[in-house]
Design a protein around this ligand. Sequence first.
Ligand code: KE4
Length: 426
Amino acid sequence: MGRSEVLMERAQKVIPGGVNSPVRAYSSVGMTPRFIQRADGPYIYDADGNKYIDYICSWGPMILGHNNEIVREAVIRACENGMSFGAPTELEVQIAELITESIPHIEMVRMVNSGTEAVMSAIRAARGYTGRDKIIKFSGCYHGHSDGLLVDAGSGLMTAGVPGSAGVPAGCTKDTLTAVYNDLSSVSALFDANPEQIAAVIVEPVAANMGVVLPKDTFLSDLRKLCDKEGAVLIFDEVITGFRLAFGGAAEYYGVTPDLVTYGKIIGGGMPVGAYGGKKEIMEMVAPVGTVYQAGTLSGNPIAMTAGLAQLTILHDDPQIYAELERKGSRLYTEMAALADTYSRPLTVNHVGSLGCGFFTDRTIENYEDAKTSDTAAFAEYFKYMLNHGIHLAPSQFEAMFLSAVHTDELIDETLTQFEGYLQQA
Ligand code: KE4
């Protein structure tokens, strides 16, 4: 048995499923997860010393690659000043100023500790601001694991084939309405059926938790217009797309302005950070200024702020990073599609910027129902082959591939070579 197998046996005795987040368990691909010992640049190394080109990148945060020297050294220095104070620090002001000065639609921002916390807080602010209870989400979108959002959810729930969760009382989800991604009429119908009751529409502007599903031509701008007409708050959940598609996220990339935005992943530079922000009139509903309560012991933690500020500063100061991510992402994903076509294998590749995924189906994938037609057994075979040939992918058809700034053209060539090897032997 390798170290990962030994560690998994130990882990399963003391941690549910041996993991601290379900998607890491490799359940849908029927393998023992690789226990990771270290990571550097585009590479990750498991407990048996195997080296992989990493396309999980910690599920998005490591956009600069692992162990970025500037971020690491800043964190080490910050630790020498103390780990946590539970009091305001200049660091929190600096990162908030960087975000609000660089992203026009973010007038104020509040730091929390995860994407889940950011989303639940943004929804509470929207409800407090409008005085309305209902929200609209989209099937297949995942917004973290707060009770009210575990409805027709993507990510690990979709991987497990259970769009909901036990332990969530009906009272927690009765105000959560579900629409079809890319289908504006399904949203309008919900507004018509619930006049003046809907506080917010929350959407992943690029859905990346049912695999990657792009917004169709006017979907996001149509949502903007509909929310304006109905007096509802438009929330972009940019936990994945924020600071990835552009510094201003999908809002900048697609030119559509949300009222609130939620962040996670990249904003923390690898440390646990989430955030929500947007219109000042909504954000000033939040305590201690307003009557919407939200709090957190480690919110704005100085070590986490140091990592986030260092990473965001690098991204802000070097826009060429995004141009390169776009170029390399486009090359990787279009060449994957071309190879599958050469070998007559059904593969629909959806991608934008450095985000992408291959669906094992020949259908066009525009929503949750389309995504569910994918051949997850074929995906599992692909995943296993690539892992055994040094490519570390998300262990689920319904997740995304993440490129970092240090994935070179040579590594993309190596990845494509391994992908062709998979196609040749399949
Ligand atoms: P966290 O609470 O995991 O930081 O963020 C929740 C969240 C919110 N919104 C979006 C769009 C997200 O993608 C996520 C979390 N993403 C998953 C990956 N699909 C995290 C990986 C995991 O659950 O282990």
